[in-house]
Write a protein that binds this ligand. Structure first.
Ligand code: CUA
Length: 348
């Protein structure tokens, strides 16, 4: 039964108690719903009026015992729910002092995370097992929501202020990180993974220059994936950005009408200030990666782009694009027929 699971894995110190409370609420609801429904059906049939001559039943007035019972039992149940819920709420709100602080920044459409020693990650979070983790979160643009189902934590992330959540991971593994607040076109892809590792593994991960053993091209390829570049830059017709295979070293038509050589400087500028030189036919949607990639990482990324780049003669890989800005304008429309790819480019 691995395919179908009612509940995500329970991987934080809250999960057990939270699930128990959830099941308690569910059980109470089910017991009352079924009990009342069955009683209603049974009494309806058992005491139905069989013919017009049937005398109406005798009316009953007042039963103190009955009224006390049906008031006190629900009152007790409601108090249990309230105090249990409140207890858990405070437990999840009050951050322990020894919690390790992770800075979380939401941005359309990625999670930026930073460890206490300054190490940064995007859409990935590595944390040590058994260590209380406090996330201090804010947004660069709109409201996002930080959600890790396996930890049973979810908290809105707001622009212009800090929100917090905390948890203690109790199980080694890889878990889902979601954005749970609709934040724009790429909302459903705004997510990543949380890696819970042993404290010693975490230490070595933290110290390891993550790409030390990799060549610049390999490291660049890894960055290309981990930064989410491939989300938009792929070769499907539905891509939101140009496919970058064959681009390096070619002439690129810009939306200003001019053509520019895709060299190192162009690539670097496109990473740090993407809106300044937009390739013809594409929207100004790419966020800047300024501050999220080091100069070394940028050079690795460019090394990778070079490796998939074309020589001068494989110049044109852009049949999809309109010949000139006047001949067509591109609009993004929702295509209900495709799942996973929610946008198609249409000319009109
Ligand atoms: Cu960010 Cu949805």
């Amino acid at each position: 039964m691995n395919e179908f699971e009612l509940f995500p894995e329970a991987a934080s110190s809250f999960a057990g108690e939270l699930d128990l409370l959830y099941w308690f609420l569910t059980a109470v609801s089910v017991i009352f719903t079924v009990g009342i429904g069955v009683a209603l059906l049974y009494l309806g049939i058992r005491y139905r009026r069989k013919s017009d001559d049937d005398p109406p039943p005798e009316e009953i007035h007042g039963s103190n015992l009955l009224e006390i019972v049906w008031s006190v039992i629900p009152l007790i149940l409601a108090f249990v729910m309230f105090f249990w819920g409140a207890h858990l709420f405070f437990k999840m709100r009050i951050v322990p002092e020894d919690a390790m602080e992770i800075l979380v920044t939401g941005k359309q459409w990625m999670w930026k995370l930073q460890h206490p020693n300054g190490k940064r990650e995007i859409n990935d979070l590595h944390i040590p097992l058994g260590q209380p983790i406090k996330c201090t979160m804010t947004s660069e643009d709109v409201i996002h929501s930080f959600y890790v189902p396996e930890f049973r934590v979810k908290q809105d992330v707001l622009p212009g202020r800090y929100t917090q959540l905390w948890f203690t991971p109790t199980k080694i593994g890889v878990y889902h990180l979601f954005c749970a607040e609709f934040c724009g076109t790429e909302h459903s892809r705004m997510g990543g993974k949380v890696y819970v590792m042993t404290p010693s593994e975490y230490e070595s991960w933290l110290e390891g220059g993550s790409d030390a053993s990799l060549s610049p091209v390999e490291s660049g390829e890894q960055l290309f994936t981990s930064l989410g570049c491939a989300t938009c830059h792929h070769d499907q017709k539905t891509s939101q950005g140009p496919d970058l295979a064959g681009v390096f070293g070619s002439m690129q038509p810009l939306d200003t009408g001019e053509k520019i050589l895709a060299d190192e400087d162009y690539m670097r500028n496109s990473i740090l200030d993407p809106q300044s030189q937009v390739v013809q036919g594409y929207g100004k949607i790419m966020p800047s990666f300024k501050g999220m990639v080091t100069e070394v990482q940028i050079s690795h990324l460019i090394a990778y782009l070079k490796s998939i780049g074309g020589s001068e003669e494989t110049e044109s890989t852009d049949e999809e694009k309109p010949e000139s800005p006047e001949s067509a304008s591109l609009i993004d429309v929702v295509d209900p027929g495709t799942t996973g790819q929610r946008y198609v480019r249409m000319e009109r």
